[in-house]
Design a protein around this ligand. Structure first.
Ligand code: G3P
Length: 220
């Protein structure tokens, strides 16, 4: 399973990329706006730091506007994937951009039918938002199961990119289902990495080592 980071924060991107954890990045206008500064510079910088796919989202809602923005975004870096919303114009733009060799991530997916239609339009990724479904009392992970079954039945090459992840259990469940990608807020990736028993264990190892070398000049 590929791990993407769901952020436009350069510090977080560098931190986890240096650990070799990141296969890509997803952003959206909200995440970009949270960082402040010149958004174009930030987006370009991300495409330089990360080797894998970087999703950058259009903000036009008309077909021509989406296609033009998609082409401009693609010039920010060779690894840009253009993110479009699942609307009629979004799918038309998806088909157009895909036919020109520009990969597309269709976002704001909340139903299996939306995922099916995005795959039919040639999307490289579909982004179902599971946390936002959980937030309104629906089972977000059930949507992932349904999309997985549908895509497997027909050998769609479109990858399932699980988005709106809220906690580490979402990641485990998505991996069990066989989702292709999870995109994680930095805080969730931190929680996956950390464990209180690891901290206690390390503290004890180091304390024991200090005792052993007391009064000596032993070094490893
Ligand atoms: O990338 C978009 C998606 O992950 C949004 O998540 O937390 O705003 O529902 P959230």
């Amino acid at each position: 399973m590929k791990i993407f980071l769901d952020t436009a924060n350069l510090e977080s991107i560098k931190k986890f990329n240096d650990m070799g954890l990141l296969d890509g990045i997803t952003t959206n206008p909200s995440l970009i706006s949270k960082e402040g500064g010149n958004p174009k510079d930030g987006m370009k910088e991300i495409t330089k730091i990360i080797k894998g796919d970087v999703s950058l989202e259009v903000v036009s809602t008309d077909y021509i506007g989406m296609v033009e923005e998609g082409k401009r975004l693609r010039e920010y870096g060779r690894n840009v994937v253009v993110k479009v919303p699942i609307t009629p114009n979004g799918l038309k733009a998806c088909k157009h951009l895909t036919s020109e060799g520009i990969p597309v991530n269709v976002t704001l997916i909340f139903s299996p039918n939306q995922a099916l239609l995005a795959a039919k339009s040639g999307a490289k990724y579909v982004s179902p938002f599971i946390g936002r479904l959980d937030d309104i009392g629906q089972d977000g992970m059930h949507l992932i199961k349904e999309i997985k079954e549908i895509f497997s039945n027909y050998d769609f090459e479109t990858e399932i990119l699980v988005a709106s992840i809220r906690h580490p259990l979402h990641v485990i469940d998505a991996a069990k289902i066989g989702a292709d990608v999870v995109t994680l807020p930095p805080a969730v990736l931190d929680k996956m990495l950390n464990h209180p028993l690891t901290d206690i264990g390390l503290k004890n190892f180091l304390a024991d080592w200090e005792k052993l070398k007391e009064g000596t000049d032993i070094k490893i």
